[in-house]
Design a protein around this ligand. Structure first.
Ligand code: AMP
Ligand code: MG
Length: 431
């Protein structure tokens, strides 16, 4: 098949092992505890580099950014209008002022303004010395070189003070902050050319399973196309790591050991899918016993209960369950935050909020469920969540149809239609 580590040899020794499918296990680890454990163990990669500001998009700052200038550099007009001295605003009635010039954005008016004078000013233009107020042009009566203003104006209004955005000397971005559109704009507004970021995190990933075939091949009975590598490729790409796709690895201890050894030789993290349920886990366990240290966790979540986490050499290892929806759930709830930590961030739990569910939801106590839902507005404009239907962990379409996770808490049971549930939207505003 042309990928390193791909084998079609059958290792049937574990195919008939019982699979761990009983749903409630008091020894399972709650999701939050798993997340917290991973978070405390993982530290940012060592190694930083300087990159140009545009290249910093999606990267994590390795040092705080201090502002070397005020942004804006000078007091400037927030409106098109007339700059004047606040003291010239009349206590009652109107006041006529002499217009002694014009100042456009990018220009400056250096003569100090005298009582009874004003200057025509455009948005963003620096406030002339002596002036402290801008009266918007719509509030002014203009006659030749004179304007008349009302008592209703307020001294100091419509002026953006120097440094109102970024103050010289302030820390404006923190180490560990991911650079998104707003941060990139801020770096731009400081006139910076380069910034220090953590080096790129290298992630190797592969799928395991004798039943898996790669795109372009023909399926024999019992075989399926590998989808998890595509899901993980996309997720890793979005996260901004350097991802290496190592293909499909057969359920064969020798092949698997080779794949792990190869991956550990260059990767900071290794992500696999499949082969971590009971029986298969023992098999991976045996390899891991030799290559590194790995804990096999039963996480009290659905989908996505079994998860292997540990180290192989320098590399962190995340062994995800094989079911495609379990891959999505364990990726978003556990692996992605862990990789963010490795990338230098201090990830926070995803934002959730409570909305009404349109449907009754089935749920067993003792595990956190990440059901898939569609957030929409009902006739009254109120947010409501609707289930995507069947929640089987092989139904990847349930994720594609959804725009949120419906997070049903560990201890809760069935949920009645109309009650409030926690939702986690898939997309942030500034993805
Ligand atoms: P496992 O965790 O290896 O027992 O796999 C659980 C289920 O997920 C089985 O039905 C597998 O066929 C399926 N599965 C495992 N890996 C993949 C994959 N890469 N793409 C699609 N389905 C998979
Ligand atoms: Mg498998």
């Amino acid at each position: 098949m042309g990928f390193p580590g791909i084998m079609t040899d059958k290792d049937t020794a574990f195919q008939n092992e019982p699979s761990c499918r009983s749903d409630h296990d008091p020894r399972s680890l709650p999701v939050e505890a798993a997340w917290e454990r991973i978070r405390t163990v993982i530290e940012p990669v060592h190694g930083t580099e300087r990159v140009t500001v545009r290249q910093a998009l999606g990267r994590v700052l390795a040092a705080p950014v201090q502002s070397s200038i005020n942004v804006p550099a000078q007091d400037n007009a927030a409106m098109d209008g007339y700059a004047l001295r606040g003291a010239d605003i009349p206590a009652a009635g109107t006041q006529t002022l002499a217009c002694v010039g014009t100042v456009l954005a990018g220009a400056s008016f250096t003569r100090a303004m005298q009582p009874g004078e004003c200057v025509r000013i455009m948005t963003g233009a620096p406030i002339p010395p002596g002036a402290d107020t801008v009266v918007m042009q719509e509030n002014v009566q203009c006659a030749g070189r004179q304007i008349t203003i009302q008592a209703a104006e307020t001294p100091g209004q419509n002026v953006r003070p120097a440094g109102e955005d970024l103050l010289q000397g302030d820390t404006v971005l923190m180490a560990g902050q991911r650079v998104g559109p707003a941060e990139l704009g801020m770096l731009g507004s400081l006139g910076l050319v380069e910034v220090p970021v953590y080096r790129r995190v290298r992630v190797a990933f592969f799928s395991t399973g004798d039943e898996l075939r790669i795109a372009g091949s023909t399926l024999e009975p019992g075989q399926i196309y590998d989808s998890n590598r595509y899901t993980l490729f996309a997720a890793l790409q979005r996260l901004g790591v350097e991802a290496t796709d190592m293909g499909v690895v057969a359920d064969d201890p020798h092949v698997m050991e080779q794949a792990f050894t190869d991956a550990a030789s260059f990767a900071d993290a290794i992500i696999t899918s499949g082969g971590v349920s009971v029986g298969e886990a023992d098999f991976v366990k045996e390899i891991m016993g030799r290559l590194g240290e790995v804990a096999f966790w039963k996480i009290a979540m659905r989908p996505g209960r079994p998860l292997a986490f540990g180290t192989i050499g320098q590399a962190r290892f995340f062994g995800l369950p094989g079911n495609p929806v379990s891959v999505v759930a364990t990726w978003y709830q556990i692996v992605q935050p862990a990789l963010r930590r490795l990338m230098g961030e201090d990830p926070q739990p995803p934002m959730t909020f409570r909305v009404r569910t349109a449907n009754a939801l089935r749920k067993r106590p003792g595990r956190t469920e990440f059901q898939r839902g569609v957030l929409s507005r009902d006739g009254d404009g109120e947010l409501v969540v609707t289930t995507t239907g069947s929640q089987g962990s092989g139904i990847l379409r349930s994720v594609s149809l959804a725009n949120c996770f419906i997070v049903l808490p560990h201890d809760g049971g069935d949920v009645a239609a109309g009650s409030r549930v926690e939702v986690q939207p898939f997309e942030g505003v500034m993805g």
